[in-house]
Design a protein around this ligand. Structure first.
Ligand SMILES: *Cc1c(COP(=O)(O)O)cnc(C)c1O
Length: 381
């Protein structure tokens, strides 16, 4: 180990895709000559329309300033203002925060050990008189059990919101993932494959919900009159211009990432104790947002934390997504649904996950280096 230590250039978890600077300059010239910088400008209109038609199966789409505001706007637009929302502890804190920020209470439900998503079979036992919705997350681009969730929601008259921050372009049997639920919320943060530096989109099932979201994201102002208590959730023209260019840029990035997945899979598929991402046969197009493995200590021979520390010594910087669990964060840990013994799978899995470096600029030989390191750590133990 010591002779390879630090000879390799640092390999970090991700690098944002940068749009072509010359093309960005042309976009800026357009914006400068229009003099329109924000508030549903030309670029905003163009990006919203393109995304709706080309990515979101023509469903009502509203661009927003970021994914977190998008989640909050989705809840408000669906009239969810009090009660409980059943959600997953295994997510980025933005998901339960959006629930709390809107005055609702998150109720954590355990996850499925293969998909790492909310376990649809355990949702019903959390339903009370106060339950108003289910907020599920397509974690790492693996789809939730959308049909089961829909059945439960119909039976108990609940709204369904998907945090789709990892699910841009995810398709199930040829259909965009946005066809499920009342709203799907996307993050276009710089670390997401498709991004607008900061930004996001909410895709609704119903046009009336999009109209309400459009109103709410602009302070609730309609025809110069305040008709609702809104917020500022608007995407500006520079963000939208970045998105327009990303629409052509993203496919190159997707191809590169698909090759990296093949290489990671080839190198790691026969390593005992390394669990690769679930291969769901209903997925007809992947989101390619992350590449996350699990280290199962009993079969691998040492823990994820040991692997992590050794990789860092080798100048590789993976991430322990999503550790700690939201339910173990100070702000949430006193909720009765946050108790560790009620979330056994999530509390086990969170000690096993390791998001490996994954971005188009990563070279095949970098992937080989990372995988060889993982194999050598196993042998060491
Ligand atoms: C990135 C992310 C968000 C937050 O999106 P922002 O655009 O950064 O506000 C929310 N949920 C999940 C699961 C994410 O990964």
């Amino acid at each position: 180990m010591s002779n390879i230590k630090n000879i390799h250039k640092p390999l970090i978890i991700t690098k944002p895709v940068l749009v072509n600077l010359g093309e960005m300059h042309e976009q800026l010239e357009d914006i400068w000559s229009s003099g329109w910088l924000t508030n549903n400008g030309f670029k905003h209109q163009e990006l919203e329309e393109s995304l709706r038609r080309n990515i979101f199966d023509n469903l009502p789409t509203s661009l927003v300033s970021n994914g977190t505001i998008g989640l909050m706007l989705a809840l408000k637009a669906l009239d969810l203002t009090k009660g409980e929302i059943i959600t997953t502890p295994f997510t980025f804190p933005a998901s339960p925060h959006a629930i709390s920020w809107c005055g609702l209470t998150p109720v954590f439900c355990d996850i499925d050990s293969r998909s790492l998503n909310i376990d649809a079979d355990q949702i019903e036992k959390h339903i009370t008189k106060r339950t108003v919705a289910i907020l599920a997350v397509h974690v790492f681009g693996i789809p939730c059990e959308v049909e089961k969730i829909e059945k439960i929601a119909t039976r108990y008259n609940l709204k369904v919101i998907y945090d789709s921050a990892h699910a841009f372009e995810l398709e199930l049997n040829g259909k965009s993932i946005v066809n499920y639920g009342d709203a799907s919320v996307f993050s276009f943060h710089a670390t997401k494959l498709f991004h607008t530096i900061e930004g996001g989109a909410v895709v609704f099932k119903l046009q009336k919900n999009k109209n309400r979201c459009d109103l709410l994201k602009n302070f609730g102002i309609k025809n110069e009159e305040v008709v609702e208590c809104g917020i500022n959730g608007k995407m500006n023209e520079l963000q939208a211009a970045t998105g327009i260019l990303m629409l052509t840029e993203k496919d190159k990035e997707r191809e590169l990432r698909a090759t990296l997945i093949e290489e990671y899979t080839r190198k790691l598929q026969n390593v005992k104790g390394v669990i690769l991402p679930e291969d769901d046969h209903n997925i007809s197009k992947k989101s390619l947002q992350y590449f996350v493995i699990r280290i199962e200590e009993s079969t691998f021979g040492c823990s994820r934390d040991v692997v992590y520390d050794k990789l860092v010594e080798g100048n590789i910087f993976p991430r322990k997504y999503f550790s700690p669990l939201c339910s173990n964060e100070n702000y949430y840990k006193d909720l009765s649904s946050a108790k560790k013994n009620r979330l056994p799978i999530a509390n086990r899995v969170v000690k096993e996950v390791l998001a490996l470096p994954f971005y188009g600029g990563l070279e095949i030989k970098d992937v080989e280096y990372i995988c060889d390191m993982i194999v050598s750590i196993k042998k060491l133990d």
